[in-house]
Write a protein that binds this ligand. Structure first.
Ligand code: IVH
Length: 713
């Protein structure tokens, strides 16, 4: 046909007219065009590798519609125009499966999987040489697809394993399900495996339907933009969309599937191994996973399975484990089953990442800057091997958007390093007693009215004396990156604040030994091996030592909004004391690289608050006022004046922070990346790419000794 179309321009009008008639009356041309379209649809939806543009596809589709309009008698069920089938009347018909649709027994961990192997080895020694195929265990909906003479004739849900529901109309809309197999033009079917196993007259294939993660997020994003309710997770969305009565709606959902089993075949031979079976299904045009691997020994299969636990996100869809299957299907079959679980395969489950539990209460935490953050208090539940009792609810807008109510059954997720969070409520589990949630009007810690600033999502407690804020402030002040006072744990801090001994961070410096002894909880006494007296002495020593922390650390410790370690370093380099910094103007502050108008305003605001000025006064009085001599001596006299040095790798004596401080104390600037302006690269062990860059740019390279020599030490 392509050839004929190419010739079109050279034909006369009469000939063209004749050609059109000819073509319109040529059923084999229609057949060929249909096969061609199905092949391109397969390239697009199954292989993800189209070879024609969408426009060309649409043109061909328009042509087939035109032909079908003229010859309705030609239309066959495998035409791409037949994907939007008619809706079933009121409910789905029942379908008896030709053979039971089995389930899988679970294994939790390598030991369980080995035990499975040992069990079946005892039953049949041939298992030893049967080989193993490992495939992802897709978390979707099991579907059963029937093909007669290559045509898709019926599709069903699994149901109870014996009887499912006829969801053919919905499944027809799933573009990766071939309407006719083998897919494509017959003369392109050169795959040797198809010669070996020609298509049976009746073939029943099983697969798992699902929505890929990316498509799921996009779907939810669209729904959110349209102000509609979002879905909880891909599995429920796919299952729900396939089991509702409007195929038009199913067609709008990005459902796809992967096939992995032959349920039944009549009039033909099918492969005898799982590995070959996957290749055969693939050659017929079914979507098949490319993460499957074959192994000779079970240990290797288990090892491969375990590698996927951490990599499961790479699959692009939700998988709740891997399936280890005996490759030799005859041996697998002969092993029989226990209940509904075949002995010849096992589901190696990954730790669950999503579970439901009851939201007992919505708690509210008060942060260092007074921000109120809601969190979920949950009925304890295990997720991925960890008991979860608290989960984040992000912010108050999130609660309103998802309509999360205290008392709800909620779906929570804990994936990798992510803090557990509430995905949303399970609306169907409500009993009507759950009331919508509104944010508190008073600070839960101090009882003062909370405030909401324009253009900000957060609610704030603006009371500087709020005990919750003081706790967070002190926690931050003593932390490693700030004043680094070890031994002042949260429990002691809480006690000290509760008893009124500590009212702000400066009070840490006037703590007496007795104050600490009374604050050390009974639990501390029990868990710590040291006697309380020793704990108190160590703590007092740590407090004393922190007085000599450099200015930049004190600036970070004071916790001005937006001022982190990096800005604090820049500020300290510019203003050699807090006296100078407190007098800086908005314009002045903004001359520093990295200090924008917002941070500058936050700094100014901090120095205008009376409670903060009081803290500064107290700090100065107790001697926490980083020495200014070095810096005020005049930067011009320092050896590294005007130079930028970058450190890479591990230095023998100085830690990364210490090296920075050393460079700055000698008047230099410690840069984060190498550029032409870098004066020296200080090289340690195991350097990063900075070293290559320095070499490429011709930046001089020195080691720690070289640095010290440069500084005259
Ligand atoms: S094999 C005899 N392979 O997991 C064959 N099942 O928990 C039994 N599933 O009901 C199934 N991916 O719906 C098999 N690659 C895969 C699978 C898979 C997902 C589902 C299937 C089954 C359930 C068992």
């Amino acid at each position: 046909m392509a050839k004929l179309i190419e010739q079109r321009p050279t034909l006369s009008i009469i000939e063209l007219w004749e050609y059109n008639i000819l073509m319109d009356n040529d059923q084999s041309t229609y057949e060929q065009l249909k096969q061609e379209l199905n092949f391109h649809s397969y390239r697009y939806h199954v292989l993800d590798a189209p070879i024609i543009s969408d426009l060309e596809y649409d043109r061909k589709l328009a042509e087939i519609r035109r032909l079908e309009g003229q010859h309705p008698e030609w239309v066959t069920p495998d035409s791409p125009t037949q994907r939007a089938g008619a809706a079933p009347s009121e409910r789905f018909e029942k379908v008896r499966h030709p053979r039971p649709i089995l389930s899988l027994a679970n294994a939790f961990g390598a030991a369980d999987a080995s035990a499975w192997y040992e069990r079946i080895m005892k039953l049949d020694e041939r298992v030893q040489n049967a080989g193993f195929v490992v495939e992802p265990k897709i978390d979707g909906l099991s579907v059963v697809l029937h093909y007669r003479a290559g045509y898709f004739v019926q599709g069903a849900t699994r149901g109870d394993g014996e009887i499912g529901e006829d969801i053919s109309s919905n499944l027809r809309t799933v573009k990766s399900i071939p309407l006719r197999i083998p897919v494509g033009l017959h003369d392109t079917q050169t795959d040797p495996i198809l010669q070996l196993y020609p298509l049976p007259d009746y073939l029943v294939v099983r697969g798992e339907a699902f929505i890929p993660n990316k498509e799921f997020s996009e779907l939810n994003r669209h729904l959110e933009e349209a102000g509609e309710k979002t879905y909880l997770n891909p599995r429920n969305t796919a299952a729900g969309s396939l089991r509702q009565l409007d195929p038009g709606l199913t067609a709008q959902r990005p459902i796809t599937l992967l096939c992995y089993q032959i349920v039944y075949a009549e009039g033909g031979r099918t492969p005898a191994t799982q590995w070959e079976l996957l290749a055969w299904l693939r050659a017929l045009g079914f979507p098949v996973t490319d993460a499957a691997r074959r192994f000779e020994v079970v240990g290797e299969a288990i090892a491969y399975t375990e590698t996927w636990d951490k990599r499961r996100d790479e699959l692009g869809y939700e998988a709740d484990g891997m399936v280890i299957k005996l490759d030799d299907l005859r041996i697998a079959e002969e092993l029989g089953f226990v209940g509904k679980d075949p002995r010849g395969a096992i589901a190696f489950k990954f730790p669950a990442r999503e579970v439901t539990t009851k939201l007992s209460e919505i708690g509210v935490a008060v942060g260092r800057t007074g921000v109120l953050t809601p969190f979920a208090v949950l009925e304890p539940v295990e997720v991925g091997g960890v008991i979860v009792e608290r989960a984040t609810l992000h912010n108050f807008d999130y609660i309103a958007e998802k309509d999360i109510r205290p008392g709800d059954r909620v779906l929570i997720k804990r994936a990798g390093e992510v803090i557990p969070y509430v995905i949303g409520p399970v609306q169907d589990a409500r009993d009507g007693s759950e009331q919508p949630y509104s944010p508190p009007e008073l600070c839960p810690a101090c009882g003062q009215a909370v405030e909401h600033f324009e253009n900000e999502v957060a609610w704030y407690c603006v009371n500087a004396a709020c005990p919750a804020q003081i706790i967070r402030n002190v926690e931050h002040f003593v932390s490693k990156g700030c004043m680094d006072i070890s031994g002042l744990g949260i429990k002691i801090v809480e006690k000290l604040i509760e008893s009124g001994v500590v009212r702000d961070v400066a009070d840490i410096y006037t703590l007496g030994r007795e104050d600490i002894l009374t604050a050390i909880t009974r639990k501390d006494r029990k868990t710590k091996s040291e006697p309380p007296g020793k704990i108190a002495d160590n703590l007092l020593a740590a407090v004393e030592q922190s007085k000599s922390q450099p200015l930049n650390r004190l600036i970070t410790a004071l916790g001005m909004r937006g001022v982190g370690e990096v800005s604090a370093r820049d500020l300290a380099a510019h203003y050699p004391s807090l006296d100078l910094l407190s007098g800086a103007s908005l314009e002045d502050l903004q001359t520093i690289d990295g200090i924008g108008p917002n941070i500058a305003a936050a700094i100014l605001d901090w120095f205008h608050r009376e409670s903060n000025l009081l803290v500064l006064q107290k700090l100065k009085r107790v001697g926490v006022w980083p020495k200014e001599e070095i810096k005020e001596r005049g930067l011009a006299n320092l050896p590294l004046n005007g130079m930028t040095l970058v450190v890479t790798g591990t230095l023998p004596a100085l830690s990364r922070d210490q090296a920075r401080e050393y460079i700055e104390a000698h008047g230099g600037k410690a840069g984060d990346s190498v550029s032409k302006k870098t004066n020296y690269l200080v090289l340690g062990e195991n350097p990063g790419s900075k070293y290559d860059k320095a070499l490429a740019l011709g930046v001089p390279v020195i080691d720690e000794t070289g640095l010290r020599r440069l500084c005259g030490d």
